[in-house]
Design a protein around this ligand. Structure first.
Ligand SMILES: Cc1ncc(C[n+]2csc(CCOP(=O)(O)OP(=O)(O)O)c2C)c(N)n1
Length: 554
């Protein structure tokens, strides 16, 4: 039996887990893993900032359902990745962030890049820990991947001390776990609970089912549709920090308070649901709460008020939906008109959106961009829409749709779009990937255009350029007045030229009529591309048929 390095045990374990794509930025502390990746046939996408690697692992997790892997160096590399974990945590996206780490045998003596890395990642992960021996590195990876997948999916961090990676282990092959070790058992809904849910659904007049961002994926969408078809109840997924006022949920906020029973499946009654209180939700509305995490379940019941919760139980969101859908076949539940009320409200967009144009000459309205991009996505075989932050991101999310969509999500954190788009191309090599993002947001990971060029991963980034951190500028206008606006101006920068300098394709558009050809040239270039559009500076849309629903956090 051969001796194996810790790094080889790690790399082989990742290969057994099926995790062949690694998003990484190199550094002293992880070079043994790069070396081991060759024999384990792991593919490394080597990026320009650690935050981008974590965002890519996040998008991978959402698109494939398998934990994405980010591999960062220790100390500052690890610290750079931390912020991006928050986006994944809030979006319930499974990923494993592996960070190099100072050698265990030097800790406490001022080792190079010595840092309490695991402690640092605790608030933004499900579990964060440091490997303690070379022989158990495979088990550590298995635990990390199981945990990332289990219950409410999310990010996990594992620090890899350098001496563990370099150490040789006798009979190291035995330290590589079987494929089963990387999978978590599902928590299913007990049959009695499923029966009780049907009794309550049948009793109610206007029931509604709400899910969290985990169910925003293609797989989640299919499950939601099946449950909705089987029960005759609308199943709505919430994945925006604007919550019930999310413009991509149309006028949903107008009709929510009509519900007399809300079933929360893995959905927390948090700020996005206005803590399930009146007037957003009817004061007499009853709740059923199903959550994979007992602590979250208890908190949810306390938030809603226990007397309004008629049923509660622990189950994974997907397993609960599958269990309910499978059982419903034997039940008869009356179809209710409220389902159509909810569907109509969500589909609602102001009529004027179909024709609205920019008022300022030499600028384009976000809706004009939306109409042009929608045509491109509709014509694509495998369209993927990425939408990120700012007021422009809100417009994009509200007026463009695609079967596959990845957005920055409930974290309300901007900057992930370019890494998301690149990871989408890695995950689905033949997809047409279009990312929409504001100009401020574009600056976060602009250098990743270089990554996309090096790895030949074409996508189109459409930048809504209003030369402003407009979301914050709008807060200043609303809250403090125009004469108190300060510090939110940006340059009307030529982002198209910036990406061209990195080897990508650039277009600058100032008239809506030029958009279709600019988008076509961008796609046909076969390169990563930036279509830099000079837009009218507008507040994000609020969609309501009755009254302004109000803004939300930015
Ligand atoms: C990581 C992070 N930093 C800051 C913010 C606050 N923030 C939200 S939107 C926004 C402005 C974004 O500007 P831009 O991308 O140009 O879009 P615009 O609002 O101008 O359309 C800022 C600063 C945030 N949400 N996340």
């Amino acid at each position: 039996m051969a001796k194996l390095r810790g790094a080889d045990i790690l790399a082989r374990s990742l290969a057994v887990a099926g995790a062949r794509e690694i998003f990484s930025l190199s550094g002293n502390q992880i070079m043994p893993v790069y070396d081991a990746a060759i024999d384990a046939r792991l593919h490394i996408t080597h990026v320009r900032h650690e935050g981008a690697a974590v965002h890519m692992a996040d998008a991978w997790g959402r698109l494939t359902g398998e934990p994405g892997i980010a591999l960062l160096t220790g100390g500052p590399g690890h610290a750079n990745g931390i912020g991006a974990l928050y986006t994944a945590l809030a979006s319930e996206s499974p990923l494993v962030m592996l960070s190099g780490h100072a050698p265990l045998n030097q800790l406490g003596r001022g080792a190079f890049q010595e840092m309490a890395q695991a402690d640092m990642a605790v608030p933004v992960t499900k579990v964060s820990f440091t490997a303690q021996s070379a022989a158990t590195l495979g088990d550590d990876i298995a635990r990390a991947m199981r945990t990332a997948r289990a219950g409410r999916p999310g990010p996990v961090h594992l620090s890899l001390p350098f001496d563990m990676l370099e150490q040789f282990v006798e009979n190291g092959e035995h330290c590589v776990p079987n494929a089963d070790a990387f999978h978590a058992p599902q928590q299913t809904l007990v049959p009695e609970m499923a029966d009780a849910v049907f009794v309550e659904l049948a009793r109610s007049q206007r029931p509604l089912i709400l899910t969290g961002p985990q169910l925003a994926s293609n797989r989640g969408h299919a499950l939601r549709e099946q449950l909705s078809d089987a029960t005759g109840v609308a199943v709505v997924c919430m994945e925006s920090p604007r919550g019930i006022a999310d413009p991509c949920l149309g006028a949903f906020g107008d009709v929510l308070a009509e519900a007399d029973l809300i079933v929360l499946i893995g959905k927390q009654p948090d700020f996005t649901l206005r803590f399930a209180q009146s007037p957003a939700v009817h004061a007499k509305c009853k709740f059923i709460v199903i959550d994979p995490d007992i602590a979250v379940l208890r908190r949810s019941i306390a938030t809603i008020k226990a007397e309004c919760v008629v049923l509660n139980g622990v189950a994974d969101a997907t397993a609960a939906i599958q269990g309910l859908t499978a059982k419903i076949k034997n039940k008869s539940i009356k179809t209710n008109t409220y389902k159509n009320t909810v569907i109509d409200a969500i589909a609602y967009r102001p009529e004027v959106w179909k024709t609205q144009t920019a008022k300022t000459p030499g600028t384009v309205h976000p809706l004009e961009i939306g109409r042009a991009v929608q045509r491109v996505l509709d014509a694509a075989d495998d369209p993927i829409l990425i939408a990120d932050g700012g007021e422009f991101g809100q417009w994009a999310q509200a007026c463009i749709g695609a079967d596959t969509r990845v957005i920055n999500g409930p974290a309300g954190s901007i900057g992930s779009a370019i890494p998301f788009a690149i990871a989408a191309r890695v995950a689905r090599p033949n997809a047409t990937v279009i990312a929409l993002l504001g100009d401020g947001t574009f600056g976060f990971h602009m250098a990743e255009f270089d990554t996309a060029v090096r790895y030949n991963l074409p996508f189109v980034a459409v930048v809504g350029n209003d030369a402003c951190w407009n979301a914050e500028y709008q807060i200043q206008l609303r809250t403090y007045g125009k004469d108190r606006a300060i510090g939110c101006e940006l340059h009307a920068a030529a982002y198209d030229k910036a990406v061209a300098a990195l080897g990508a394709h650039g277009e600058h558009v100032t008239h809506a009529g030029d958009l279709p050809t600019a988008l076509e040239r961008a796609l046909k270039s076969g390169k990563p591309a930036c279509v830099n559009v000079t837009i009218e500076r507008l507040p994000a849309p609020t969609v309501s048929r009755i009254a302004a629903v109000g803004g939300g956090p930015h």
